[in-house]
Structures are given as C-alpha cells and as structure tokens.
Design a protein around this ligand. Structure first.
Ligand code: PLP
Length: 398
C-alpha cells in the first residue's frame, strides 16, 4: 500500500470514546456497567424541536440550504446572541455548523498558520490540541490545576511568546465542570488586545449552570474584544440533540466569510431538518426545557457530591456548570488494589471497569494524569449504584 499523509499521525481517536466503546461491549455481553463516560445529556429533546423536525420532513425540506445556514436562522441566532450579551451581532457575523466541533475546526483552519502558537488551558477538551496540530500550529498548555482548575491571566501571560496567535477558552469547562472567573476573563481580554491575539471562546455549556453560579462571556465582559473573538456554541447540549449536529459560531464578518468558503468545500450546510427544528425552538423562546434540565442536573449533582464525600483521598474540582465531576485520584496511583499496583490513571480506569463495572473517562484524554471525568447526566439510580461501587473500589486501594 502507498503511504498515508503525514498528518494522519497527528490524528488519534478521541480518548473520550475509548471507555464508551468498552462499556458498550460489556453491556452487549449482558453485564451491567454504570456508564459515567458519556458526554451528552440523557434527556429527550424538547417537544417543540421534535414537532418542527417532523413538519420539516413532511414539508419535503430536503434540499441544500445556504452553506452557513438558513438566512432566517442566522438572523434568529444573531438576535439571540445580541440580546444575551448586550453587544450587537449582525446575521453576517453568525454561521451555523455541524456542531460546535465544526465551528472550532473552521476557526482553526481560517485563523492559524503553521508554526503559530495557541494557548490551551489544561485540562482541555480532547479535540482542541488535535485541531490546532492539524493546522500545523502548536498547542501551548497552561495548567489550571494549581489554581483549583480556574484559568489565571497571569499564567496565560507567562506562556505568551511573539509566536502566540490565539487562545482557546472553554467555560463552563469540559472536563472539569468549572467556570472561569469573570475577573480573570477580563484580564485575559486585555492581554489579547495588548498582544493582538484571537480568542476562541467555546461556551457550549453556557446554558447548563448550577445553582448560585453565573457564566461570564468574554465579549459581554469586555466588548472591545468582539473584533478578535470567535464565539463557539452549540444546540447539542442545551437542546439535548447531540446527534442532530447543529452548532454555531459568531465572529467578525471576514472570519465568517472565510469559514463559509471553507465549509462550502467540506460539508456544505449543516443538516437542514435540524435547522428548521432549532429555528422553531428559538422562535418559541420558552425556557421551560432548559430550566427542567438544570433542575434535574442540580439534584443529581447534590446526590453525586454527597456520595463522593465517602471516597477516601478523592477531591472533586468545583462543579459549577456542564454536567461533569472531575475527581482528583492522584492519591491512588502507585498504591495496591489487592495484589495489583495501580500504575497510572489509565490503569485505574481499566480496573474501575473490570472490577467495579463502572466506566469513566481517564484524565489522560484531557492532558491530566491525576484526574478522571464522571458525567452526572445519568439516572439517579445509576449515580447511586455507580458511585457506591466506585467508593468500595477506591477505599480498598491501600
Ligand atoms: C467543550 C466542547 N466543545 C465542543 C464540543 C462539541 O460539541 P458538538 O456536539 O456541538 O459538536 C463538545 C462536546 O462534547 C465540548 O465538550
């Protein structure tokens, strides 16, 4: 066989899918595995979305739409963003994509040159560094762990070089569930202006916020950065339709235009039926669905937190948004489970699956070998059963 392109060596499967696949295999073999590894809500999407999707199918909405989405939907999204941020966005500053993942990929492709450095806070969502590398650019990791998983502007500043071209910020954060502080985001905005940087601001979980917390958007906090910010968002999580593939980007018009050219040669428009369905949800403007999602996630988090307190030597990152609990398991590494020495976090996750029948995602997927990600977007019974099994497992490591 002739050889594959060099770049394929940069692209490995997302570490987040490994455990999901293993857990599903065990499940197919009839073994009850509690699966904390999914990156999506276990809720059905809203009835408004379903009705509108069915109507779009019945009306034969089968053809291509404009590359960056229906004009009416771009207008509705622009209106929604403008109202939320108190900063005006025109429809030409908005584009619809096949999920936030495509929005981020478009951003990397149209902003980065080979050799550019991109600041990526760590732990990070798996895809950020890979997309940067696909463009020939270099991820520069900024550790957030010493500061309780919250990004500090001073750490960003220390990592800047003349080659720094962009910073990727993800708040609420995957994998930690932590929200970055408004004060620090403002300082980072100032740094971006001073050093002429792009800001890629991924706020896919913006609507999934736990009680008593508030999500800060960098453009809202510092409108001067609008001209250098790519806001990335998605309906995947807020409307519980990960499989429908609809996300969006808001950025300066020249960036959006370049993305349109790129997307026109890659996927063309995102799924048309999803667009009609989400347009109906935006027009409906009812917060009942998201309120109910947040209410149930809040109750599940309380339950999970209470169970985690029984795990000896395990500490959770501040869980303020999204639906993840990120547990520091460092105290278990190098210790014994029976005759077996726990070598590292991947080994710990394998043991959790084989011994406790619990699937979680290893922190190594997120550039953090001291943590594991536990999604609490699963049923109360599974949370109770899974975390009880985990507690027994952790407490028998000595
Ligand atoms: C931080 C972050 N960004 C982007 C995405 C991709 O979302 P989408 O399904 O909209 O492509 C995810 C999905 O897990 C995510 O966690």
């Amino acid at each position: 066989m002739t050889t594959l392109a060099e770049r394929t060596r940069l692209i490995t499967p997302p570490g987040t899918s490994k455990m999901r696949v293993l857990a599903n295999e065990l499940k197919a073999a009839g073994i009850h595995v509690v699966n904390f590894a999914a990156g999506e809500l276990d809720f059905d999407t809203s009835p408004v979305v379903k009705t509108a999707a069915k109507a779009a199918i019945d009306a034969g909405r089968n053809t291509y739409t404009p590359t960056l989405g229906l004009a009416s939907l771009r207008k509705a999204v622009a209106k929604r963003i403008s109202a939320r941020l108190g900063v005006d966005y025109a429809p030409g500053e908005v584009g619809l994509t096949a999920g936030a993942k495509q929005a981020l990929y478009n951003a990397a492709m149209v902003l980065l040159n080979p050799g550019d450095e991109v600041i990526v806070p760590q732990p990070y969502w798996v895809t950020f560094p890979t997309q940067v590398e696909i463009c020939g650019a270099i991820p520069v990791f900024v550790d957030t762990r010493d500061n309780g998983y919250r990004l500090l502007a001073s750490s960003v500043e220390r990592s800047l070089t003349p080659r720094t071209r962009a910073i990727i910020i993800n708040s609420p954060n995957n994998p930690t569930g932590t929200l970055y502080e408004e004060r620090e985001l403002k300082k980072i905005a100032r740094l971006a202006i001073a050093h002429n940087l792009w800001i890629i601001f991924d706020e896919c979980y913006a609507e999934l916020i736990r009680d008593g917390h508030q999500h800060g958007n960098i453009v809202q906090l510092c409108p001067e950065v609008k001209e250098r910010t790519i806001l990335v968002n998605s309906f995947s999580k807020s409307l519980a339709l990960t499989g429908w593939r609809l996300g969006y980007v808001a950025a300066p018009e020249a960036v959006i235009k370049a993305m349109e050219n790129l997307q026109g040669h890659t996927t063309s428009n995102p799924n048309s039926i999803s667009q009609y369905a989400v347009e109906a949800a935006l027009a409906d403007d009812d917060t009942a669905f998201i309120d109910e999602v947040n209410r149930r996630l809040q109750a599940r988090l309380l339950l999970a937190h209470e169970l985690v307190t029984h795990m000896e030597g395990i500490v959770a990152a501040p869980a303020e948004g999204a639906f993840y609990l990120f547990l520091n398991i460092q105290s278990k590494i190098g210790r014994r489970f029976g005759d077996v020495v726990v070598r590292d976090v991947d080994h710990l996750c394998e043991l959790l699956l084989s011994q406790a029948r619990v699937a979680v995602v290893s922190g190594s997927a997120f550039g953090d070998a001291s943590g594991i990600r536990v999604s609490y977007a699963i049923s109360d019974d599974d949370i109770r059963e899974g975390l009880t099994r985990m507690t027994e497992f952790f407490n028998s490591i000595h």
